[in-house]
Design a protein around this ligand. Structure first.
Ligand code: SF4
Ligand code: SF4
Length: 423
């Protein structure tokens, strides 16, 4: 038994089943990310973050826990990480991207809910999620119906806080959201046994803003011609962003960007000249899920922009740091997070504008709208996204899929046909 197995056993995991999960995820990684040629040297670090998310990172968190820090899990990028950090706690994303765990959720929950939700629940219920036993609190939000109703059940079993996200962005909604941010603070302060301090909050906002800035730098490098990095590798970086320690992560992304700048100067690219420039738009692809990016890039496309929560939506806006008091800083945080354009909002015109701008800036030839099965809001909003892109003569292809491999051949045929039609 290796050291990690001892740790997994002590955390109450089903070690044998967990080994099966790891093998499944590693196989998926090798068949997609691992198959790429001409990757940036500095990607090694981010590959390692993914591999160590069940080992070294958990050991690191347990070490922090032994010093009194608490771990707070979250499921959505509307949860303000800087507030958790300012109370000396560690935020960790809990979303599942593996198909392996889906059947374990289907034993209790309906099959016809989104695979992201099922994968997350399946990991927790099959005793293969390491973060479930180490977290002190989970923070959910009311972004979609599946999540809302799942929280009802989970909050009976674990310490749970639910943030109510408004569905519109009018003045009354911004007030509601600000109140929700304050209520989160109250609950986190109770858990931490201390009050928010404006200086520390500002320090943590700076850490998160620096992380966002470096991801913006990476996004600008991705759209160079030819792109110095694949979309699949950029996705690995984003998946690592939701798990890694933020200061270390930021430094490593700077190093990656330095290498990419050098590759741009030398004209080094993982793609051949005629690779079609694609934007992926829609649902997030969290750790364990490389399906759509891999399909596109192994069919002759180059994903140079992600209009998703594992893409631009995570880093496009900074928190304003002008205020010096708690209320002012929390107001700025609320304001920044409400700018995220999730499809749960109505109307969601800002997202349409963002897609149009990103397509122009990235010289995008076609958009793949990636919709997780049963995610009604992205699925229906795809109609408006398609209409907006048509005004700029940019075609889009809608892919509705889950985490399984069953439809891969059929999707490949559709993606290849789509790429062939692009100018
Ligand atoms: S798609 Fe919406 S619900 Fe999902 S992580 Fe993004 S903001 Fe949250
Ligand atoms: S992908 Fe859609 S359905 Fe799934 S959790 Fe996110 S918002 Fe909800």
């Amino acid at each position: 038994m290796n050291n990690y197995e001892k740790m997994w056993q002590e955390l109450g995991l089903d070690v044998n089943l967990h080994n099966e999960v790891l093998n499944y995820i590693n196989k998926g990684f090798q068949n997609t990310v691992g198959k790429q040629k001409n990757r940036p040297r500095t990607m090694d670090y981010f590959d390692n973050v993914l591999h160590e998310s069940h080992g070294g990172r958990v050991a690191e968190l347990l070490e922090e826990k032994s010093k009194g820090k608490k771990i707070v899990g979250f499921f959505c990028i509307y949860v303000p990480e800087e507030i958790i950090m300012a109370l000396d706690m560690i935020p960790i994303a809990l979303c599942g991207g593996t198909n392996f765990s889906v059947p374990y959720a289907e034993k209790m929950f309906p099959r016809d809910i989104c695979p992201l939700v099922k994968s997350t629940l399946g990991l927790a219920f099959s005793k293969t999620c390491l973060y479930a036993p180490i977290k002190s609190l989970a923070v959910g939000e009311t972004t979609c119906d599946a999540k809302k109703k799942v929280w009802d059940i989970l909050s009976q079993k674990v310490n749970f806080h639910i943030m109510e996200l408004p569905q519109k962005k009018n003045i009354i909604d911004t007030h509601l959201w600000e109140d929700e941010v304050h209520t989160l603070v109250e609950n986190l302060e109770k858990l931490a046994g201390k009050k928010l301090n404006p200086f520390i909050l500002k320090e943590k906002i700076d850490i998160m803003n620096n992380k966002r800035k470096v991801l913006q730098r990476l996004a600008k490098l991705r759209i160079k011609e030819p792109p110095p990095i694949s979309g699949l590798d950029a996705l690995v970086v984003m998946q690592a962003a939701l798990n890694d320690e933020p200061v270390r992560f930021t430094k490593k992304v700077e190093e990656l960007c330095d290498e990419l700048e050098d590759r741009v100067k030398k004209g080094i690219s993982p793609f051949y000249d005629k690779a079609k420039r694609i934007m992926v738009s829609g649902c997030p692809s969290v750790m364990g899920n490389w399906k759509v990016h891999s399909l596109i890039e192994s069919s002759g496309g180059a994903v140079v922009v992600d209009e998703t929560c594992t893409g631009v939506r995570y880093f496009k806006d900074l928190v304003d740091t002008k205020a010096n008091d708690i209320d002012g800083l929390l107001g700025a945080i609320a304001d920044r997070y409400l700018k995220i354009n999730c499809s749960c909002f109505t109307p969601n015109n800002d997202r349409l504008e963002m897609v149009r701008t990103l397509a122009r800036e990235g010289n995008i030839k076609g958009v793949v709208q990636y919709i997780l099965q049963y995610c009604h809001t992205y699925n229906i909003e795809a109609i408006r996204i398609d209409g907006t892109l048509k005004q700029d003569n940019i075609p889009s292809l809608k892919i509705v899929t889950d985490y399984s491999e069953e439809d891969t051949a059929q999707l490949r045929t559709r993606v290849e046909a789509f790429l062939e039609t692009l100018q």
